[in-house]
Design a protein around this ligand. Sequence first.
Ligand code: FES
Length: 176
Amino acid sequence: MFDYGQKVMEHFANPRNVGEIENPDGVGTVGNPVCGDLMSFYIKVEDGRLADVKFKTFGCGAAIAVSSMVSEMAKGKTLKDAMMITNKMVAQELGGLPENKLHCSNLGADALHKAIENYQANSGQGTAKCCCPYCDGCISPQESLCRTCGKTFVFCENCHQPYLEGSKQCPHCGVK
Ligand code: FES
């Protein structure tokens, strides 16, 4: 049994903002390269702020608690501030996660950022920025190196997300 803190257990037992938004302004889905679980975020944007944030997570208790916390942290924030939420901040806000569950927290902020980027791309404000699926770093599609963790990537031809060079399958969309 994992040693989850009280806050993690509380968000796992009563996750906030679960579900899908009808006609969302942006959607972001991220797959966990370690376990293959999936997290999707749906956003509604009004006056440059996240008016609504919902999620659907196919993953473990830690991933559900992380999604719930991300949705709470992001709601009402400007897009710029929401883009500054990192996976590390989410884990901290939850009072920490067991070491071997930290990979689960790597989905949260990334999925939210992807939803925001999707909104920006749809509304013609593309930022051409992606998040490293292995750490908190941001990488640009012009580069194939994460300057934060030093991993090198290729970009999936199907979903255009980065994945580790040499991997046989894109962890985001599953295309081989
Ligand atoms: Fe897959 Fe936690 S074990 S997200």
